[in-house]
Design a protein around this ligand. Sequence first.
Ligand code: HEC
Length: 181
Amino acid sequence: MLSLKRIIMGLIVIVAVIQLIPVTRTNPAEPDPIVFTNPQAEALAKRACYACHANTNAWDWYAYVAPVSWIYVDHVNEGRQALNFSDIAASIANSGEGGESGEGIPTHSHAEEENEGNGSEAGSVGGQGSAAELIDEVAEHMQNGEMPPSYFYLTHYADATLTSEEQTILVQGMRDALAGR
Ligand code: HEC
């Protein structure tokens, strides 16, 4: 008969063995870091967003423990791709596409073709992105309570919690920092 003791021993062995699967936690260089002019906005972003949206994040201890580490690394990679305070140029380029899925899926390639045609006038057509679009996404995601993600509150409750004033400061801080981009 399978005793509880055996089941627990088995789980311990499994957890020990999966630790051997390599996980790549990177902190790459910062190609184009945002330069905040408002230190309060900078502090808020660092507190609530940098864990997943910058190349300078400190990895929590559980980033080193499988299977949590697999999910963790995945989210940081996805987070950096969506918005990276260490690579603003790429974030601007990525903004406006892929955001809320479902709106106008088939128009995507058309929009890109049009953008190629009239160069600088790209703006909000989609695909190309702009600083304004990026900042709107940030504001929207915070207002909807989508960002920071709910699971982040489990381990970083105080860091994650932003009052609506703090959200406004962060958004305005990004506007100031990215003015002219
Ligand atoms: C614990 C990790 C984590 C934290 C902390 C976090 N995010 Fe995210 N964020 C993600 C992940 C993963 C994605 C990509 C998947 C998705 O859209 O849900 C994402 C996506 C986004 C997007 C979507 C961009 C797009 O292309 O639509 C925005 C905007 C964003 N985050 C803003 C923020 C802001 C602002 C903060 C801080 C207030 C924050 N996030 C904190 C993990 C995080």
